[in-house]
Design a protein around this ligand. Structure first.
Ligand code: NAP
Length: 287
């Protein structure tokens, strides 16, 4: 009988908890020193139930870490200009240190214009063109939270990326594309795959590091995982299922993120950490 390897799970819940604890301690220290707590403003357009839940979750986590949360709820009928105006007001408000515009914002709104109204110094969700460029050039700035969380997981498990073939399946602006840039910045050889990629399995089979960021349940077959690979599953689908067929993939991978409890918790942790960092920079400069 063929010998099967069982991958070590990458525990995002534990790492995220540690990052949030450190952020909370830094936030408390900042408050003591400056008299001001870090403040994250969330902007929600409309009342999409999943978005409402995400924003509520992010606000709660902020508050439990000593980060003040301010919420701006805009009606679904808002125009691009309405959203840009609301975000610009937050960019200009010295009491707000970070801004998170929950997406999707609705098909009638120019999402890029709305994101670009975020002052890069407050772009703690890493969604502006400025942040993407800084990420791509390896310059200081805020990273997209999920890709940033993925890199933290790789570091936590001491994954050496230099010269490794990293395959990123998915190229969204918030996830696949910036994740590939961060991997490239760490000297991985990066291949991006997307819906027009020909013969995806043959590329996945070459991955030393595989990032699945597609949004399709069990889309990546376990049999396509290269033995000994590191598998990061950012997918989150109905029924707590990732984009990778976890059980089969775990028999071949060396390290793998479970769903839930892998990549998922890292996103909020990086958001909180970057909010505290933004506040530290802004309050430090003002002191
Ligand atoms: P998205 O914007 O819908 O992008 C999906 C990507 O998958 C696109 O680039 C698309 O290619 C590609 N794709 C679709 N079908 C494919 C196929 N048959 N073969 C290869 N590629 C294909 O989704 P997203 O926002 O990046 O999210 C992806 C997943 O991550 C979702 O499950 C989402 O829930 C999850 N997610 C998790 C977190 C977290 O905090 N853990 C954060 C964000 C997202 P095209 O570009 O060619 O259309």
């Amino acid at each position: 009988m063929a010998q099967t390897q069982t991958a070590r799970p990458m525990d995002g819940t534990a790492l995220a908890r540690r990052i949030i604890e450190t952020s909370a301690a830094t936030a408390a220290e900042l408050r003591l020193r400056t008299g001001k707590a870090p403040c994250l403003a969330t902007v929600l357009v409309g009342d999409d139930p999943a978005s409402v839940t995400y924003v509520r979750m992010k606000r709660r986590r902020c508050e439990s870490a000593g980060i003040v949360s301010r919420h701006v709820a805009l009606p679904a009928t808002s125009t691009t200009q309405d959203v840009v105006d609301a975000v610009t007001a937050l960019s200009n408000d010295p009491d707000v240190h970070g801004i998170l515009l929950q997406h999707p914002v609705g098909p009638h709104i120019d999402e890029r214009a709305a994101f670009e109204a975020i002052d890069p110094a407050k772009d703690v969700d890493g969604v502006t063109m400025h942040s993407f460029a800084a990420m791509s050039f390896g310059l200081p700035g805020f990273v997209s939270c999920t890709p940033g969380g993925i890199m933290r997981l790789l570091d936590e498990y001491e994954v050496d990326l230099a010269g490794k073939h990293a395959v990123v399946v998915g190229r969204s602006a918030i996830l696949g594309k910036p994740a590939g840039m961060l991997l490239l910045g760490r000297d991985a050889t990066v291949t991006y795959c997307h819906s027009r990629t020909a013969d995806l399995p043959s590329i996945v089979q070459q991955a030393d590091v595989l990032l699945a960021a597609v949004g399709k349940p069990r889309f990546i077959a376990g049999a396509d995982i290269k033995p000994g690979a590191v598998v990061l599953d950012a997918g989150y689908n109905d029924g707590n299922v990732g984009d990778v067929d976890f059980e089969a993939a775990a028999e071949r991978a060396r390290l793998i993120t479970p769903v839930p409890g892998g990549v998922g918790p890292m996103t909020i942790a990086v958001l909180l950490e970057q909010t505290v960092a933004a506040a530290t920079l802004q309050l430090g400069a003002a002191a």
